[in-house]
Structures are given as C-alpha cells and as structure tokens.
Design a protein around this ligand. Sequence first.
Ligand SMILES: C[S@@+](CC[C@H](N)C(=O)[O-])C[C@H]1O[C@@H](n2cnc3c(N)ncnc32)[C@H](O)[C@@H]1O
Length: 204
Amino acid sequence: MHSQAINRGDTVKERLSFLVQYLRNPKEVGALLPSGSAISSLMTREINPSHGPVLELGPGTGSFTRAILARGIRADDLTLVETNTEFCSLLQRDFPGVHVHCMNAADIATSDMFGGRQVGAVVCGVPFLLLKPGEATAILKSVFEVMRPDAALYQVTYGFTHPFPRDVLRELDLVATHRGRTLLNAPPASVYRLMRRSASGLCH
Ligand SMILES: C[S@@+](CC[C@H](N)C(=O)[O-])C[C@H]1O[C@@H](n2cnc3c(N)ncnc32)[C@H](O)[C@@H]1O
C-alpha cells in the first residue's frame, strides 16, 4: 500500500503531537495517529452547507475538520468540542473562524453554544468503546438534544459493529446504519450513521 494512501494527519508535526497526546492519555485520545483522508471523506460525504450549524466531537488535530470545511461548510457554521487542551490550542490556531470549545461532549446540552439554533449534522471521533460506563449515554443524550429531528451523527470506529450501547439506542429510539469502511486507514475504519428512528426511514 502506498504510504500516501493512508496519509494519517496532515504533517509530521501533527502526527507527532497526536502521538504525544496518545501516550499521555491513551483512553482519552483512543488512537495512535490522526485519521487519514479516506476515512475523513467517508465521514463527511453526506454533509452539505444546508446542514449548518455542524458540530464535530473529538476533532483531535482536525482531520475531519478539514474534510467538513472542504464540503462547503462555512467556518462560522462549524463548532468543535474537544476535551484535550493541547488539541484545543492547535485547533484554535489552525482553524480561524471555527468555534472551538474545550469541554466534554457530555455537557453540550447545558451550554447555549448555538444561540438557539439546532444542529444539522454531527461528526464524531470520540472513542466510544473506551469511555467510562455512563459517559457514552451522557454524550448521546446531550448531543441528540441539540440536533434537528432529522439530523444524523456520523461516527468513526475501528470495530466491526457500531460502538454505541444498545440500551441507550433503545431508550432514545435511535438507529445505527453502516455507511462504509475503508482499508486505507491504519487501522481500517468504518463509519456509522446514527439517527432518530422516526427520521431514518426504518419501521419499528
Ligand atoms: C480517536 S481521536 C480522533 C481525533 C480525530 N477526529 C481523528 O480522527 O483524527 C479521539 C478524540 O476525541 C477526544 N475526546 C475523547 N473524549 C471526549 C469527550 N468526552 N468529549 C470531547 N472530546 C473527547 C480526544 O481528546 C481525541 O481528540
């Protein structure tokens, strides 16, 4: 496989900074290196400017952020929520005009970051499989509170099924569908789309 094909992160500096943060806090960061361009395209290909405001959770060094902006989303219509303070500083520097909030995704619903507007799409890099019990539930509840009824959350995962707790999906009546997988990532990665059942086109 050509090394460009797995193209993880934009620069060597970005990859190094990601690796350092992973070594400091492996459970928070959840991957050794940033996502590459193939999975970034898969994560964002269903998003267009009509979905603004768009929310990204766990942007890290901004692989998906770049892909979202390349889909035509205005910087002012994009909000990033990231717990890692080093990544927050990098994101503020590298993505002028984009709203960066250094906080836990579980607290989104309690902060009025969208000025009353509802979010049209969510791109999520948070490592759900590594979260503490209850944290995944708190994040999903909080995020679906700020989303439009027909909005979708796009989740990256390295597993062979979606990483969401099934009891929460039942409780919130959410449906996860596989949207694609790429081998051009190390490790290979999949995208799942999470929506309210009422908007997913699937019957009960
Ligand atoms: C696997 S990395 C993905 C980074 C980037 N999206 C990519 O694909 O290259 C996970 C990111 O989620 C962030 N994160 C973990 N838990 C979080 C939480 N509860 N709220 C917001 N960000 C979180 C980590 O700090 C890290 O930047």
